[in-house]
Design a protein around this ligand. Structure first.
Ligand code: ATR
Length: 277
């Protein structure tokens, strides 16, 4: 294949050096013997539009976007998926041959696929979910749970107004519960998700009384550093099914890889170890 035909993809953000996406993509290129390049690019928000417009002409087939571009990119894209529109952010951009930009958000799909990967029998319809947090990650999780017919979602967030905003954006199946009263509801949750940054290395602990937690609840933490958070450790000791955040990171990248490079990657232990190294 002549060098000019090797497809290119990138992750755009600022800062970008911490991104795990190049590690993932380069691992999959090697594993599946695919000729492609994936590079991190530090982009100032003021240059985002101009850079995205020129990328398709340079041979880029798509790009991931991360902080601080995930919301603003929706004002630049030519077409937006329904899920990106309802979440209010995109993480995966595909470029058409004519240079048009299609913006999608695969975070929620990554969340659901990761849970299904670990527990194929997990049924999102089984009962209410409690989601802690009301930021971008929470919006992606909530949108995916609703899409997968979770009957009710109870949102708790330190800043209550942000959770209230979600009820007006996502509709009647959402209900706001008080951040300080989560433990009163916890025993009824079929699924409990931490979508805050609490419990992450360098952040405060998640201080919720988890004692009423039922062993029937599936507990998922989007935090992956540390891999086993205090929340997951408590839940595991209680006998709950638990899912850490590293798989979501991998699953949210899979749709972009298969769209751009034509191969659906599989999850393996080596990639998890590489990401955690
Ligand atoms: P992301 O896009 O990863 O969701 P974010 O939009 O900054 O990031 O959201 C972070 C989430 O963690 C929010 O729900 C935030 O609560 P606020 O909306 O009140 O800021 C939550 N969070 C972060 N630090 C927190 C803390 N010390 N106590 C409680 N919640 C916290």
């Amino acid at each position: 294949m002549p060098i000019e035909n090797i497809p290119l993809a990138a992750v755009l953000g600022s800062p970008i050096s911490h991104s795990k996406s190049p590690t993932l993509y380069n691992y999959w290129f090697k594993k599946y013997s695919i000729r492609g390049h994936y590079i991190p690019i530090d982009v100032d928000p003021s240059n985002l539009n101009q850079i995205l417009r020129v990328m398709p002409k340079m041979g880029f087939v798509g790009a991931n976007v991360t902080i601080p571009h995930k919301e603003i990119v929706l004002t630049i894209a030519d077409q937006i998926s329904d899920r990106a529109a309802v979440i209010g952010a995109a993480n995966t951009l595909s470029f058409t041959k004519a240079g048009k930009i299609f913006a999608d958000n695969t975070d929620g799909e990554g969340f659901i696929e990761n849970l299904r990967h670990h527990y194929p029998s997990w049924n999102p319809k089984e009962g209410p979910a409690i989601v802690l947090g009301a930021g971008g990650a929470s919006r992606a999780v909530v949108s995916a749970l609703l899409q997968n017919s979770t009957p009710e979602i109870w949102i708790a967030n330190r800043t209550r107004a942000r959770a209230e905003k979600m009820t007006s954006d996502f509709g009647a199946r959402l209900r706001v519960i008080d951040w300080y009263a989560v433990s009163k509801f916890i025993s009824e949750a079929a699924t409990l998700v931490n979508a805050t940054s609490l419990g992450m290395i360098g952040k405060p602990k998640l201080q919720i009384d988890l004692r009423p937690l039922s062993k029937k609840t599936l507990v998922s933490d989007l935090v992956y550093a540390p891999l086993e958070t205090d929340l997951l450790l408590f839940a595991k000791n209680k006998g709950c099914r638990t899912v850490n955040g590293i798989g979501m990171l991998i699953h949210q990248a899979m749709p972009g890889f298969s769209r751009w490079f034509g191969t659906k990657p599989a999850i393996d232990h080596e990639i998890k170890n590489l990401l955690l190294a």
